[in-house]
Design a protein around this ligand. Sequence first.
Ligand code: SF4
Ligand code: SF4
Ligand code: FES
Length: 254
Amino acid sequence: MAESNGTKKTITLRVKRQNGPGEQQYWETFKVPYTPNMNVISALMEIRMNPVTLEGKKTTPVSWDSGCLEEVCGACSMRINGVPRQSCTALVDQLEQPIVLEPFSKFPVLRDLMVDRTPMFESLKRVKAWVPLDGTYDLGEGDRMSPELQQERYKYSECMTCGCCLEACPQYNDKSGFIGASAIGQAHLFNLHPTGKNLKADRLDVLSGPGGVVDCGNAQNCVRVCPKKIPLTDAIAAIGGQATVHNLKKLLRF
Ligand code: SF4
Ligand code: SF4
Ligand code: FES
């Protein structure tokens, strides 16, 4: 909620800052003018217009990432009052003050609240999260997909690679090697596709190996924080079962 100093309302933000990759983090506090219905990004824009701390010290503008401003691209994700979420849909009126902003802790910080989400995209490459198509000749019509299958796949297709599920996961960090819930969800999405399933064995090779689905501790934090309410634990259960069968088949082949 906004504070009133007698004349106009203000809001207070406590921001974890970092000047560049690998540099020391530090905190700064800002007081900015309140406007009705403002979100965290508009509060950050106020800081950018007047980068002066609560103590009156001139500082650098806070850096953050954003794209769509409507919870579709995932770029503006950060920890807001300790919760991984998108800053474009975090409304100031619904947040406790001071509003504490931190970059994700599971990704390399580029500057302030901006992180490098490349590891997530690399994981998508590892599980071949695409439908294999050869564009050199007319492929004709694709396989038909039932409305039920379309419905099932639709939820997974909403993933915006925001990283909230990885930030909240106790198993995911730069030492564990665990691939994380989002890549498992996307592998499931493409395994369910009539053409995408042609790469199912390749995906299961990755997901049944080190850092694969077996490393999931079933804490279910991922499904709780996913802004798109993707049924990640269903995907983890499905891929877990498929990975077991896949490994057994491989064993019997030798
Ligand atoms: S169920 Fe738990 S351990 Fe598994 S991916 Fe989700 S948060 Fe991580
Ligand atoms: S599964 Fe949900 S929380 Fe994870 S990256 Fe996708 S949208 Fe974000
Ligand atoms: S700016 Fe795209 S999700 Fe917030």
